[in-house]
Structures are given as C-alpha cells and as structure tokens.
Ligand binder design. Structure first.
Ligand code: ADP
Length: 369
C-alpha cells in the first residue's frame, strides 16, 4: 500500500500543455477517481504516474520518494487498461503468471498467487482457456488478475469498463469495489463516467482542460460543487441552470429573479454581482406542485418531453422565457406532453453562481474543511 503525491505536475506534448500544474495527494488505501470529459488529461495524468509518459515539470512521489526518473517496472504499480491488453497466445494462467515468471519468481509461489487471484475474481474454472474463448467481462477480470498477482503498491485503472455492455459494467463496478474493500490497496481509476466516479471513489478529482476543478468526496462534490463545471458534470440528469438577476440581499440571503419572473432566495457567502449570475437546481430537488400554487420559488411551464424510466419520470418543462428545466417526478406521474407543470425547489435547494461560474452560495461548514 502507498500514498501518492503530485506536486505541480505539468505535461507538454511539443508546445501544447495538456497537464497544467496538478497538485494532489492520494492517501494510502484510498480509491481515487480521475473524472472529466474526453481530452481533459485524465489518461495522460495516469500514464505519468505509471511511468508510461515523462513528467515535463513537477514531481510525483510515492511514500515521499520521488519517482519521476524510475521506469514503469520499478514503481511498484500495476495498470489495468481499457483494451485488456492480454497475450492472445497465452492461457488465462499464462497471462496472469507472465509478470511473475519474467521477474524470476519461484514456480510454487507463482502458482499460489495466480490461484489466489483467480479465486478472488471467480476465474478458477477458466485458467486453461485462451482470451478468445472468454467474454469481455472475463477478459477484463483476467487483466485485473494480472495486476493483483503482482501485489502492487498502487493499482491504476484506465477506463477499464468502457468496452463492456451496460449491465456488465454495473456488475464489474461492484466487483472492483469489493476488490478494493478486500485488498485495501490504493487505487487510482480513470473514467469519463460520473456515475462510475460517484459509486467507486472515496475521493473524486474533477479534471477539465488539464487542470483540477475540484477534489472531494462524492457527496461533497454533489452537494457543494465549487463551480458550474463541477455542478453540471456531477449528477444525472444534469443540474438545471438559469440566468437570474439579483434583486436584493438581506441577512446573507440573496434574492434573484429569473427572466420568467420567478423569485428565489439563496443564502450566500458573499454579495452576488449583477453580471451573468446563474441559479442552479438539480432535477431531483424540484417538487411538482398543484397548478394553483403560487409565490416565491414557483416555476410554471408546459411539459415538452416526458421520459418514463419506470421508477421515475423526467419532465422537460418549457418555462415562459423559453428556458427548459428538467424535473425528476414520480414513476407514476400522470403528466403528458402539453400539460401545464408547476414546480418549486425543495427547501434550501439551489445554488448561485457568479459571472465567472464560481459557486457563491453559503457552504455547509463541513464542506469548508
Ligand atoms: P483523456 O484521457 O481525459 O480523454 P488524454 O489524457 O488522453 O485525455 O489527452 C489529453 C490531451 O492531450 C488531449 O488534448 C490529447 O489530444 C492530448 N494528447 C494525448 N496524447 C498525446 C500525444 N501523444 N501527443 C500529443 N497530444 C496528445
């Protein structure tokens, strides 16, 4: 097990700076997920930790020791790739034993480690098969098994579930969680899928354009996003964001008004400027009300799209000002396209973002720590 630190890490490809100064500590035994849109630099950052890419500037340390100059094999890490990268002409056993054989480990020790890893991953009955005789999920298990037998100080996962179908992805996600609980080894996991990030991580690192937008526990990012980027990236369906005009500030509570005239009040940590202020509220934080309810925080509109997901219904509601908000309503919702819909945020729900996209609503004390 090990602790990883990145200190001012920068990566250039020629003149292009793709990692722009990353400072991060991943504690011993943590499950840390790098998440962000395609091209934000997640894989590059992981590959720099693995030693597959040079670090242009800054330092990477494991347990306080600089690893920049160490080759990938000398860092004590094991990486699992999206493409599995199995040897097609070796059996499952051969694939899992390969690194240990290469390192000259005694046969009996190899045998024990391969069989232990196979048992953990439910591969016992498949050891003599070749990769082509395995399903996608089984292949990915072999790739993980190959990492486990090396007993690494840190596991690195690069979008390991992206090639699997949706149901298998969910199953493998649970298996990887169990693996972490069982081994307790530090894991660093790259994904573009915020659901994977939320469910796996105890620490999420949101990356955008080669920079960290925010680092925190999943619920901390969900409840207290630092800015609009994180607010929109975390949570599904995405947070509704509406332009608003500040109309008052009293006792630390800002009063703002949408273009359609709905007034909302949000406790703020500082005064909001008039320029490009936006109000954000998640679809699951809006409540459908009776048609005759009126007053502060009430949004009125017309259902434009009704998505029935079974357990819940997503109502896309066109407001008077052409903005659309998505509301997560009950599965049995009777709304149809064209129906009037009246909704309001739950008590205390909603965020305010200033013109730069920074979240300015009042944070809970826990989130400031
Ligand atoms: P992500 O994993 O978040 O999708 P990557 O780390 O793969 O992003 O890429 C980050 C950025 O670096 C992208 O803009 C990509 O085009 C660029 N990039 C990645 N690898 C190379 C390379 N070998 N040469 C030049 N640019 C690269």
């Amino acid at each position: 097990m090990a602790r990883l630190e990145l200190d001012g890490v920068v990566k250039h490809y020629g003149r292009t700076e793709v990692i722009r100064g990353v400072d991060l500590t991943v504690e011993d035994g943590a499950f840390c997920v790098f998440v962000g849109p395609s091209g934000c630099g997640k894989s590059t950052l992981l590959r720099m930790i693995a030693g597959l890419e040079d670090i242009t500037d800054g330092e990477a340390l494991i347990d306080g020791e600089r690893i920049n100059e160490r080759g990938p094999a000398d860092r004590g890490l094991a990486m699992v790739f999206q493409t599995y990268a199995l040897y097609p002409h070796k059996t499952v056993y051969g694939n899992m034993a390969f690194a240990l054989r290469h390192a000259g480990v005694a046969k009996a020790v190899i045998d024990r480690q391969v069989r232990d890893a196979a048992a953990i991953l439910g591969l016992d009955g498949l050891l003599e098969r070749y990769p082509r005789q395995l399903s996608g999920g089984q292949r990915q298990r072999v790739a993980i098994g190959r990492a486990i037998v090396r007993n690494p100080r840190i596991f690195l996962f690069d979008e390991p579930l992206s090639n699997l179908d949706a149901a298998l992805r969910v199953q493998m996600r649970v298996e990887i969680l169990r693996l972490h609980q069982r081994l307790g080894t530090t894991m660093i996991y790259v994904t573009h899928d915020q659901v994977e990030a939320m469910t796996l991580a105890d620490k999420i690192v949101v990356l955008n354009g080669g920079r960290i937008e925010q680092v925190g526990a999943p619920m901390q990012l969900y409840q207290h996003p630092a800015n609009l980027f994180v607010a929109r990236f975390i949570g599904s369906p995405t947070m509704n964001v509406l332009p608003v005009t500040p109309v008052g500030l009293e006792g630390g509570v800002a009063r703002v008004r949408t273009a359609a005239g709905t007034a909302v009040e949000v406790p703020v940590a500082e005064a909001v400027t008039a320029e490009n202020t936006q109000f954000g509220v998640r679809p699951e934080q809006l409540r459908v009300l009776d048609a005759d309810v009126d007053g502060d925080g009430v949004f009125r509109g017309v259902a434009q799209v009704v998505e029935r997901l079974g357990g819940e219904t997503l109502l896309h509601v066109a407001l008077g000002d052409d903005a659309i908000i998505v509301v997560k309503a009950a599965g049995g919702s009777a709304h149809r396209v064209g129906d009037p819909v009246v909704v309001a945020p739950e008590d205390g729900a909603g965020h305010l973002f200033d013109g730069t996209g920074r979240c300015v609503d009042r944070l809970m004390p826990a989130a400031r720590a």
